[in-house]
Design a protein around this ligand. Structure first.
Ligand code: UTP
Length: 264
C-alpha cells in the first residue's frame, strides 16, 4: 500500500526571483489557497496518510504556515467561515512531517533527506511546480502501480524545443510504456523520445541506496533521473500518460497562466 509522499520544497526557486525571495513559490495563491495546499489535497484524496515536506532553514515560513496560531484563531473565532479554513489547515498539518535539506544539492539529495521517515516499500514523490488539474494524477499512479507492482512515472509528450528542460524516457515497449532509459535534460539529438517525466513519481525505496552513491549530474546537482536510470538494471519502471491538464507553476509566466486556468 502506498501511504506516504515526499514533497521537496528546499530548492531556490531562481526562476521566480525576486518574487520568491521572501515568499516561497509553493505558498503563492492559486485561488483562495496556496499551491501547496492544492498539491496536499491531491495526496490525501489519493489515500496518502503522511506527507514529508523537505524544507530548508531559509524556508521555515512553510512550517509556520502549517503551525497552529492560537491567538489568531481566538481573535476570529466568531467568524465561522474563516475559522473553518484555519481548522482545515490544522487538520492537514496533523498528517505532515518536516525534514531539512542543508544545501540545495539537487532533487535527488532532497529525496534522500526523507529516507528515515519512509516506512514502506513504495512511496510517492510530488513536485509542487507541476499542477495536474481536473484529474487526480497521484491516484492514477497508485492504480497503475497496483497493476504492475513496480515503480511508475507520470509522462507527458512535449515539444522538441522543450526537451532540454526535462528528464526524458525511452521505451522497451511503447504500447505498455515500459521504460528502458532515462536521461536528464538531454540534447534534442540524444533524447530517446519526446516523453518527459512530469512531477509525479511512485518509487521503490531502493532508490535511496542509489542516491547515496549518486554523483552530481546536470547543473552540478544530484539528479533523481540518474539514480532511476541505474535502478532500471534491477527493477521495472512503467510510464503513465495521465489524464488531467498539466500546468507549470515553475516560472512566472506559467504561474500566471495556471492561476487564470484554475480560476476560470
Ligand atoms: P527545481 O529544479 O525546479 O528547482 O526543483 P527550484 O529551486 O524549484 O526552481 P528553479 O529551477 O531554481 O527556479 C524541483 C523541486 O525540487 C525541489 C524544489 O523545491 C522543487 O520543488 N528541490 C530542488 C529541493 O528540494 N532541493 C534541491 O536541492 C533542489
Amino acid at each position: 500500500m502506498v501511504k506516504q509522499a515526499i514533497i521537496p520544497l528546499a530548492g531556490l526557486g531562481t526562476r521566480m526571483l525576486p518574487l520568491s525571495k521572501a515568499l516561497p513559490k509553493e505558498l503563492w495563491p492559486i485561488g483562495s489557497r496556496s499551491i501547496l495546499e492544492k498539491i496536499l489535497d491531491e495526496c490525501f484524496d489519493a489515500g496518502i496518510t503522511q506527507v514529508i515536506l523537505v524544507i530548508s532553514k531559509k524556508k521555515e515560513i512553510i512550517k509556520k504556515y502549517f503551525s497552529k496560531n492560537k491567538s489568531l484563531e481566538n481573535t476570529i473565532k466568531r467568524k465561522s467561515e474563516i475559522s473553518q479554513t484555519l481548522a482545515n489547515l490544522n487538520k492537514m498539518s496533523k498528517k505532515i512531517k518536516f525534514v531539512y535539506q542543508d544545501k540545495p544539492k539537487g532533487l535527488g539529495d532532497a529525496v534522500l533527506c526523507a529516507e528515515k521517515l519512509i516506512k514502506s516499500k513504495y512511496f510517492l514523490l510530488i513536485l509542487p511546480d507541476d499542477i495536474i488539474d481536473g484529474y487526480n494524477c497521484s491516484k492514477e499512479l497508485i492504480l497503475l502501480h497496483k497493476k504492475k507492482k513496480s515503480s511508475v512515472l507520470a509522462l507527458r509528450q512535449i515539444k522538441k524545443k522543450e526537451i532540454q528542460r526535462y528528464g526524458i524516457v525511452g521505451f522497451e515497449n511503447t504500447k505498455h510504456l515500459k521504460i528502458n532509459k532515462m536521461i536528464e535534460k538531454p540534447t534534442i539529438k540524444s533524447a530517446p523520445s519526446k516523453f518527459a517525466i512530469i512531477g509525479r513519481y511512485l518509487l521503490s525505496r531502493s532508490i535511496f541506496n542509489l542516491l547515496k552513491n549518486q554523483k552530481r549530474g546536470k547543473l552540478g546537482e544530484i539528479q533523481i533521473t540518474d539514480a532511476m536510470n541505474s535502478m532500471l538494471k534491477r527493477e521495472n519502471f512503467y510510464g503513465c500518460k495521465f489524464k488531467g491538464k498539466y500546468l507549470d507553476c515553475g516560472t512566472i509566466k506559467g504561474y500566471i497562466k495556471s492561476f487564470i486556468e484554475i480560476n476560470k
